[in-house]
Write a protein that binds this ligand. Structure first.
Ligand code: SAM
Ligand code: CA
Length: 219
């Protein structure tokens, strides 16, 4: 017994997946397709996708934001959990990556819920704010370029309603946040982690799932 979070070795991780993972066939197929992609390591883990889907259902989210789509697994996980009239404002700059996603979104019959905006996410988010969308979103997932995380967080904090949830990915950055920063991405994550710890605008939990996931609930 331990009062700390367990380290998962391969055997225990396999056990966790084999005793809990429930994927739509389109999710399984998209993971298989992405595993051979040169940047496939950017995809979230399947248990994280399932956890985020549960969060979406628990919070009754309908209007959501995703910053960083890649080949579309996290968007697919969230879209499957959304009600039929639910919606994802999906932000990415890469047509090359995101064009892989669409057939799988269609296979799962959720493509109509996903509004993919190919532009720098700050531009897309600022346009939503300028259009008066502050407070209109229930859930946001931040998983794009780490140097801009603080800007994404501040926009999402305006765009989600009170009680809305912001999930921020890679906050442990393979453990490198716990040592002096050797690059700009690590430094950006360290600064955001420090800021959120004392941020009275949110309720906070940092989870050691995947590469570290912070949950921030807007007060
Ligand atoms: N959430 C995805 C998944 O589950 O597969 C992984 C996202 S991947 C870690 C990061 C993505 O952010 C890439 O697809 C990249 O094209 C995108 N990106 C990088 N800079 C961006 C920017 N300024 N605005 C929007 N997207 C950006
Ligand atoms: Ca990530």
């Amino acid at each position: 017994m331990s009062s700390r979070t367990l380290n998962l070795d391969d055997t225990l991780y396999d056990y966790l997946l084999s005793h809990s993972l429930r994927e739509h066939p389109a999710q399984t197929a998209l993971r298989a397709a992405t595993s051979s992609h040169a940047r496939g390591g950017m995809q979230i883990s399947p248990e994280q996708g399932q956890f985020m889907a549960l969060l979406v259902k628990l919070t009754g989210a309908r209007q959501t934001i995703e910053i960083g789509v890649f080949t579309g697994y996290s968007a697919l996980s969230v879209a499957l959990a959304l009600p039929e009239d639910g919606h994802i404002l999906a932000c990415d700059i890469s047509d090359e990556y995101t064009r892989i996603a669409r057939p799988y979104w269609e296979q799962a019959k959720v493509a109509h819920k996903i509004d993919l905006q190919l532009a720098p996410a700050l531009t897309t988010l600022d346009a939503r704010l300028a259009a008066g969308a502050a407070g209109q979103y229930d859930f946001a997932f931040i998983d794009a370029d780490k140097s801009a995380y603080d800007g994404y967080y501040e926009r999402c904090l305006q765009l989600v309603r009170r009680g809305g949830l912001i999930a921020i990915d890679n906050v442990l950055w393979s453990g490198s946040v716990a040592a002096p920063a050797e690059d700009a991405d690590t430094a950006a994550l360290q600064q955001l982690n420090l800021k959120l710890h004392d941020d009275e605008r949110i309720d906070l939990s940092m989870l050691p799932i995947g590469d570290g996931l912070t949950l921030a609930r807007k007060r």
